[in-house]
Ligand binder design. Structure first.
Ligand code: BGC
Length: 259
């Protein structure tokens, strides 16, 4: 009998991606499947895409827990904020909606929280026993706060108000692109953000993820911080892997779906 591998699904602005995850290795157990995010990306439309992705995998059995990331606060299975996604997500009982549709145990988590969990388990923060802050630089700024291996969910430190404005509206990598900033022009904004973050939180390590982290050699050396700051290593696999880790942990704690 084969074991029920957890499946991770990452819901992003342009694509919805999923794969079963081998938790011993921290790797995809089968090749990732990606489907474009629908133009009208309501929870119902996204649920249908997720169902299509789940059907693709023969490694996914009835007992497989499914972890799903969304780019907003998720409290007890309910989406609470939608800074950069369709506003119809707010107050959506997404976990219940997905469990009814998929007939699997489902855990829905914030995207940055999932990425942080994956980097701690298998990536740039592996073995770090202190306070780790993962930041994802993308359309917005996502954060995960993990202390001694325990995630404090929904930290939302990308929305810190700095100089009277929401930090992500100044320092996210989408702003770098929108304003055509060079790395040298963007770096002072990151410096202001990360210095503020370290002054408030005193982390032992900051991990920088998001697509732009591929180019971290162009901006991390320009920052002057007391906290070690390193690029993420799992790249765009982090959301899927972290979601699978969290779904598996949740199933072990709460027992298996029986319907
Ligand atoms: C949202 C966060 C999310 C981040 C990255 C922010 O605008 O508020 O919940 O983690 O974007 O997607």
């Amino acid at each position: 009998m084969s074991t029920a591998l957890p499946l991770g699904i990452d819901v992003g602005g342009s694509g919805i991606k999923g794969a079963p995850v081998d938790l011993d290795k921290g790797e995809f157990a089968q090749e990732r499947v990606r489907i474009d995010t629908p133009t009208e990306s309501t929870p119902e439309a996204v649920c249908e895409i997720i169902a299509r992705i789940v059907e693709q995998f023969d490694e996914v059995h009835d007992g497989s827990p499914i972890g799903v990331t969304v780019p907003g606060v998720v409290q007890h299975g309910v989406v609470k904020t939608a800074a950069n996604i369709d506003k119809s997500w707010i107050n959506c009982e997404i976990e219940k909606l997905l469990e009814d549709r998929l007939q699997h145990d489902v855990v829905v988590v914030n995207d940055a929280d999932a990425a942080g969990v994956a980097e701690l388990a298998y990536g740039a923060a592996k073995g770090q026993d202190g306070l780790v802050i993962m930041t994802t630089l993308g359309t917005g700024i996502g954060t995960a706060v993990i202390n001694r291996g325990v995630l404090v969910p929904n930290s939302e430190l990308g929305h810190l108000e700095i100089d009277g404005v929401d930090a992500e509206t100044v320092a996210a990598s989408s702003i770098k692109t929108a304003e055509g900033l060079s790395y040298a022009e963007w770096a002072p904004r990151l410096q202001r953000y990360y210095r503020h973050l370290e002054d408030l939180m005193w982390p032992d390590l900051i991990v920088v993820g998001g697509g732009v982290s591929k180019k971290s050699d162009k901006f991390l050396p320009l920052l002057d911080l007391r906290t070690p700051i390193v690029p993420a290593v799992l790249r765009n696999a982090a959301g899927i892997i972290g979601a699978a880790v969290l779904a598996n942990g949740h199933q072990q704690e709460h027992g298996r779906h029986t319907s």
